[in-house]
Design a protein around this ligand. Sequence first.
Ligand SMILES: *Cc1c(COP(=O)(O)O)cnc(C)c1O
Length: 422
Amino acid sequence: MDHFNYRNGHLYAEDVSVAEIAASVGTPFYVYSTATLVRHFKLFDDALDGLDHCICYAMKAASNQAILKTLGNLGAGMDVVSGGEYRRAISAGIPSEKIVFSGVGKTLEEIKLVLQNGIRQFNVESESELKHISSVASSMNTLAPIAIRINPDVDAQTHEKIATGKAENKFGIPLSRARDVYADAAKMPGIDIVGIDLHIGSQLTNLEPFEKAYQKLADLTQILKQDGHKITRLDLGGGLGIPYGSEQSAPPLPLEYGKMVKKVLGHLDCEIEIEPGRLIVGNAGILVSSVLCIKSGENRNFAILDAAMNDLIRPAMYEAYHDIVPIEQQNASRAEKVYDVVGPVCETGDTFAKERRMNELFENDLVAFRSAGAYGAVMSSEYNTRPLIPEVMVNKDRFSIIRKRPSYTEIIDRDIIPEWLK
Ligand SMILES: *Cc1c(COP(=O)(O)O)cnc(C)c1O
């Protein structure tokens, strides 16, 4: 459930008319709903009720500080994957003891930055990274809290580009190496083992792969505890999928996920950490765009929008499906036609939807891509020298721009002309 609904035929974000935002901000732009963010965070919090837990929002899904602050005010921690995200989380007021640092390649500078300013734990992805953390921490005379990311070799049954828990993926260490690596870690200076980590992929639409992976995690927890390691936290990663509108069956709800977690891991006396990204912010954001042109090809109708693949890359990158809906519901009474919905970028891949049956579109119509909150604005670029589009946040009857559209001067002046060309 989200808070983008029609009222008297007009699409609203909470209590604000989307057309009104468009008139004020100009298209294209992203809008996020505070109420939806809050609701999704609470669904997870309630689902894990009764377990000692910490919800570390995977901020790579949408990292605007207004979103981080909204979640931070509810008690959320953050899962960061770079020094940049760490700085952003700190800047949004997230306490460092609620930040976990994930990611397959951390630079020595990033490790140092985080150790200087505080961290909940490093999620370590390789033996070589473990050595880097050990050497930086011991040179600083400090202890780095770590969990080691296990690759449980389960099939997440999701798009290949976002499956991360199979043996052939670059993530984590193989389960078969876990005991040895933990034994090595325990002897390393500067290393404080606090738990075990895994994350098997994104946009999972059933619980079975999670349950398989968590079962392996439960077994490993008992073995490592018997080996004498202090395993007090289990980081389960993120990955719970959302309905985009094209799937056969609805993905499981956080409540069902929570029940399964309690069943498989509840008896281990460990604090549970989860790192949801998409499920918190995916349906809390839409992308609003207007129709520039309608073009009828030989056997195709093209609807050309002012948004493009540089603004929302998911269809081009993951063959992702997004519902595209009119801002004015009266348009839903128009006859249906079949469109390829595309952007203006010079790539055939700049296609949002192929052969999509929609109510007839006309120039200047406003449309919204639903479920565009996660992996939308954060993956945008200035390809074709198209300015990054604004982000807007709604809270009841108020809205505010939370990232403004840069001016062309700001973009162009970043280039530096070398002396010899002047
Ligand atoms: C991407 C990622 C997440 C979040 O995944 P979602 O599918 O957005 O929930 C969590 N943890 C790690 C380590 C990730 O890389």
